[in-house]
Design a protein around this ligand. Sequence first.
Ligand SMILES: Cc1cc2nc3c(=O)[nH]c(=O)nc-3n(C[C@H](O)[C@H](O)[C@H](O)COP(=O)(O)OP(=O)(O)OC[C@H]3O[C@@H](n4cnc5c(N)ncnc54)[C@H](O)[C@@H]3O)c2cc1C
Length: 468
Amino acid sequence: MATIFWFRRDLRLQDHPALNQAIVASKLDEDGRVFAVVSAGDYQDARELSPLRQESLLASWRSLNEDLGDCLTVLNDPIEGIIELAKREQIHQVHVSAAFDTNSVSFMKHSRSALEAAGLSLVVGGSNYAVPPGKVRKPDGTPYRVYTPFYKGWLAVGWQPPVQLLAGAIFTRDTKLHIGFESPSYPAVFSGVETDFTALSNLKAGESFALRTFKRFIDRGALDAYQDGRNMADRGGTSHLSHALAHGEIHPRTLLSQLGDTPGEVVFGKELAWREFYADVLWHNPTSLTEYLEPRFGNMRYDDDTEIGRQRLQAWKNGQTGFPMVDAGMRQLLRDGWVHNRVRMIVASFLVKDLHLEWQRGAEWFETWLTDFDPASNSQGWQWTAGCGTDASPYYRVFNPILQGLKFDPNGDYVRKYIPELAHIDGAAVHEPWLLPKELTSGYPVQIVDHSVERDESLARLAEIKVG
Ligand SMILES: Cc1cc2nc3c(=O)[nH]c(=O)nc-3n(C[C@H](O)[C@H](O)[C@H](O)COP(=O)(O)OP(=O)(O)OC[C@H]3O[C@@H](n4cnc5c(N)ncnc54)[C@H](O)[C@@H]3O)c2cc1C
């Protein structure tokens, strides 16, 4: 009996229990064919996808296609395509990995009904987590909202070792439905930002690339130094595996199985656990994808609907706030589709607490541009920084973007890399261009706000909802 395997955010062949399940099912008779399909229609519910995001997805698909021996079928519409394919090939089962984020849960619910109405069964197996969301619970059965106890519970639940791809699958393409891997033509200006076609042609992705990236991370000593190196924006101290994890090009179990108990390895495992924690929080609180996890913050005064608020949002998006560390981060986002974690926190805190805009405005912009976009890590990462999410980041902890820059980019290398107007300024002085003669910083904007004034303003707004 031939089967269909519907790849979504699990674009790999190894350590893939759901795919193995489809292979087993396909071999129940002499047939053995597995039609591997993906669909751009899976992303219809997403906000706009920047050219960077579209290309990174295409790069993942092309790589998966190579691994499948040029047999991946790209469908126009996932449901219509699967039904048509199943009818033609007399297929009864469609296999897919379990998904847990808010939009995927409702999309899969809708997909199941549509497929069942057409006489197909949807077989769900595996997940992109070492411990699937919903499994780690407090002794009283309720979910955790604080990371550290979750982490202990997560370790206690544990996970299976990675599994190998089962041999003997006959991956087959449906040439009638396959629409190919062509890049669409991109506008020169997308969402008010000039498209950088150089970055698009440099994108690398896929399972082998992810495995090589992890190996390089270990070989260059970054895993050993990770506990300190991970925070520094000016160094390549992190793994850059977030794209691979978000697209499921590598399973976290594969990474965890290679970690020992040195400080760097333990901290790296803890970061993978943050990803799992946020997936768990979103699973239990599906509306927190777009709404405040801590509802009282919805009552705060924000400037989203004011003219000044709109202007400031645009300056933030374009990396034109006059705060070098913030602008470097926002320009890294537009150039690379990836931003260092420390800098994500700095730009997020700035949006909410210096510009008084709601975290959702920033999360939406990240969703458009981040090639590692993950609904759980993004929504909860934003809420954590905005002080309305899980864990111990109180709202009144306001990041000072200048001090953060001096601490996590002490020689200014990170800022110089992304802000050409300041590239000629030596050392840490680049973090405070307003202290330099004007002719040295021409072309770089003046600060759009005064940080200390806005810090006080945000605390005053916090006091209003505390009283109310
Ligand atoms: C406002 C904000 C938005 C974010 N949005 C996303 C997002 O859309 N997608 C995304 O994958 N991560 C997001 N993060 C988390 C984090 O910034 C990235 O995972 C990290 O920068 C990826 O780089 P890396 O792979 O080199 O990380 P490494 O430091 O090498 O960490 C290894 C892996 O652990 C996980 N991880 C590390 N830190 C975190 C964290 N704080 N939260 C959750 N998982 C983590 C990631 O999967 C990462 O790939 C966000 C953080 C913030 C503050």
